[in-house]
Design a protein around this ligand. Structure first.
Ligand SMILES: [Zn+2]
Length: 154
């Protein structure tokens, strides 16, 4: 499974890099099925779609549910994302019933998987995905830093 996770994060980083092409913050996400197969992947498309909810995780979870074959449920699946999920995406992963959330860089300003909030492991919720942080975190952080530096015109 570890090799699957690493390959999945690799793909998520490729998707993240692609988001810059249309001016979106470089964040990518993929969903792995229970056996580790790649079900779906998406990049952040907030700017591209003019949609405040078009985060990579939401798009990937939606696409994965279409192919997973259990309605809206993603039981047994793993969400792999380059940046710590925000409150919406952490909430979406709980609602989708994914077993695991794996992310790269921490997001101290908006992270909801341990940094600012911990929506995914809140004991008041009846489903709590297992969280793994810091997978290829430096590559994700480097992409984000370069993007924001370019945006500021430096
Ligand atoms: Zn989000």
């Amino acid at each position: 499974m570890t090799a699957d996770i690493d390959a999945a994060m690799c793909r998520a980083l490729e998707l993240a890099a692609a988001a810059q092409e249309w001016g979106d913050t470089p964040i990518g996400a993929v969903v792995l099925g229970p056996g580790g197969a790649l079900l779906a992947g998406a990049a952040n498309e907030r700017e591209k779609r003019g949609d405040p909810t078009a985060h990579a995780e939401v798009l990937a979870l939606r696409a994965a549910a279409q192919v997973h074959g259990d309605g809206w449920r993603l039981t047994g699946c793993t969400l792999v994302v380059t940046l710590e999920p925000c409150t919406m995406c952490a909430g979406a992963s709980v609602l989708a019933r994914v077993d695991q959330v794996v992310y790269g860089a921490d997001d101290p300003k908006a992270g909801a998987a341990g940094s600012l909030w911990d929506v995914v492991r809140d004991r008041r919720l009846n489903h709590r995905p297992e969280v793994t942080a810091g997978v290829r975190a430096e590559e994700s952080a480097t992409l984000l830093r370069a993007f924001f530096r370019a945006q500021r015109g430096l």
